[in-house]
Write a protein that binds this ligand. Structure first.
Ligand code: PGA
Length: 258
């Protein structure tokens, strides 16, 4: 496979934080200021996935700056009888650039592979980038988790042609590493990345496999980011808890621009 340079990507997932709009605006201002300083003029894509109710106010802070605004989930259809859902089109209209899809905290609530695939297609149809989360709940000694991740990928890529597929970002997030302080080794991450690339290569060939960025997520900090970046061979991070600390989030961005 030919070697190509992909632009790193760092996404902060605020989850259901912070508690008030005032706190969100304060956090947004600090995150954006520090992230811009950390990024400098380097080619590094940065985004924050905020609660959708805060979209417009945080959008005022990110407007005109190289920081993307994104959502943490999106329904596939444009409109419909889907109580509690927000559609990809609605998010795009409010200047959303990306949507996290299939996060394990959503899968735990019952979202299955087919729904994750439909949601990713909806995000692509709305001209945004889906950040598709894949990852195993536990690591068995037989390596079955590689098959599980491939099945999660297949549910998303099955219906996608090469042009759409190349726009997808895959975030490898072992469920057991999310919010726990536990992490796989950089070598484990690198091996899973290769498995993801092998799947894409088999399905679409070199060009798409080279374009799709693979992120790592799960207890990422400014302390472990360098090892993952250098030895995990990844293109960046999906950061949860640490993205609520503007200084730590900025330090992770700095690692990706080094
Ligand atoms: P964490 O979360 O960084 O707090 O482990 C990652 C995620 O849920 O995307």
């Amino acid at each position: 496979m030919a070697k190509v340079k992909r632009i790193p990507l760092v996404i902060g997932n605020w989850k259901m934080h912070p508690a008030t709009l005032e706190a969100a605006k304060k956090l947004g201002k600090e995150v954006v200021a520090k992230a811009l300083r950390a990024r400098g003029t380097e080619a590094c894509d940065v985004g924050i996935a905020v609660p959708t109710l805060y979209f417009d106010e945080i959008g005022k802070i990110t407007k005109g700056k190289p920081i993307m605004l994104g959502a943490q989930n999106a329904a596939a259809g444009a409109v419909g009888a889907q109580t509690g859902e927000v559609s990809a089109g609605m998010i795009a209209e409010r200047r959303g650039a990306f949507v996290i899809v299939g996060h394990s905290e959503r899968r735990t609530l019952g979202e299955d592979n087919a729904q994750v695939g439909a949601r990713a297609s909806g995000v692509l149809a709305a001209k945004m980038t889906p950040i598709v989360c894949v990852g195993e709940k536990v690591r068995d000694t037989d390596g079955d988790y590689y098959h599980l991740v491939t099945e999660q990928l297949e549910a998303v890529f099955a219906e996608l042609g090469p042009t759409a597929a190349a726009r997808v970002v895959v975030a490898y997030e072992p469920v057991w590493a999310i919010g726990t302080g536990l992490t796989p080794t950089a070598e484990d991450v690198s091996t899973m990345r290769l498995s993801i690339k092998k799947y894409l290569h088999g399905k679409y060939g070199d060009s798409v496999a080279n374009k799709v960025r693979v992120l790592y997520g799960g207890s990422v900090t400014d302390e472990n980011a360098t090892d993952f970046m250098q030895n995990g061979m990844i293109d960046g991070f999906l950061v949860g808890g640490a993205s609520l600390s503007p200084a730590t989030f900025a330090a992770i961005i700095k690692v990706c621009t080094a």
